[in-house]
Design a binder for this molecule. Structure first.
Ligand SMILES: [Zn+2]
Length: 298
């Protein structure tokens, strides 16, 4: 019998970084299988997972996270979770937002790192309506050009075909109401810069907010398996659109984040997915943020 007290804490955690209030939001989890990690010998990948006390065939509960950024009178969501695209282990972002007292209609902007379903599926309700009815959705034009292209959608097979369909459904109500911004270049919004990370998808994008040491990089899917890809950044994942370019992007982004000392907000690191990177041998180590009361706004 399950004890009535056996409930998890709500899936949100807040941090004040410079003038911004950042809320990490838990959407759920997906499996990242050892067989999907490419570019290193299988024994090395499995050994690394086992050494981290994970099943050696992969981490079955890799977190799916999104983030809310509040400051300058705006509420900006970075990624929107999975919605109903990936089943009941995901799609809990809306509950996490509600637990954090953030009504969906109060979100002004949604920045999408890329149009995979665990990042864009939650843009729409199960009925296909805009889940964030007052928000403008921003996504790199390279990603909309790829995933919404009718010819590519028609030729795609299997899981790729599903990604095309889910991406179109996620964006539909925002396109129809003129609230889709398919941007090019680094200037997305005042105080928000895009960082080109293409490779994982054609328009995979990181977002930079804040200044100096208080800069936060929302890096999307730069890392899927921190256990394997931080020590071995050359390892790609099966779902990468362009694996060689994804590896090159990862090298650039990891190097930049470590060198600049930026905060990193990561979609697939353990909740709350916020921390710093430091160089560690030929790879990197993760320094996670810890739970603490919020300081007063300065
Ligand atoms: Zn993802």
């Amino acid at each position: 019998m399950t004890s009535p007290t056996a409930r998890q804490a709500p899936g949100f955690q807040r941090f004040r970084i410079g003038g911004l209030l950042i809320t990490a939001l838990y959407d759920g989890y997906v499996p990242i299988r050892a067989d999907d990690l490419r570019g290193a010998p299988a024994e090395l990948v499995r050994g690394r997972l086992a050494a981290a006390h994970l099943p050696e065939d992969g981490d079955p509960r890799t977190a799916v996270l999104a983030f809310l950024v509040e400051g300058d009178g705006r509420r900006i969501l970075v990624d929107a979770g999975s919605g109903t695209t990936l089943g009941p282990a995901t799609g809990h972002l809306w509950e996490s937002l509600a637990a954090a007292d953030v009504p969906a209609h109060s979100v002004d902007h949604v920045l999408i790192t890329h149009l995979h379903p665990d990042h864009a599926g939650g843009l729409v309700t199960p009925q296909g309506l805009a889940a964030f009815p007052a928000a403008t959705v921003h996504v790199a034009r390279a990603d909309t050009d790829h995933w919404l292209d009718a010819g590519r959608t028609g030729r795609a097979q299997g899981v790729q075909a599903q990604i095309h369909r889910d991406a179109a459904a996620a964006l539909a109500p925002y396109r129809e109401s003129g609230r889709l911004d398919a941007f090019t270049g680094p200037d997305v919004l005042p105080g928000v810069r895009a960082l080109d990370e293409h490779g994982h998808t054609a328009g995979h994008t990181g977002y930079l907010v804040g200044t100096g040491r208080d800069t936060v990089l929302f890096w999307g899917d730069t890392v899927h398996s921190h256990t394997v890809q931080l020590p071995y950044p050359d390892v790609s994942v099966a779902i990468d659109s362009d694996p060689a370019r994804a590896v090159a992007s990862r090298a650039e982004v990891l190097g930049l984040a470590a060198r600049e000392g930026w905060w990193v907000a990561a979609a697939h690191l353990p909740f709350p997915g916020l921390g710093h990177l430091r160089g560690d041998g030929s790879g990197y180590a993760w320094l996670p943020a810890s739970y603490a009361p919020l300081p007063d706004a300065g």
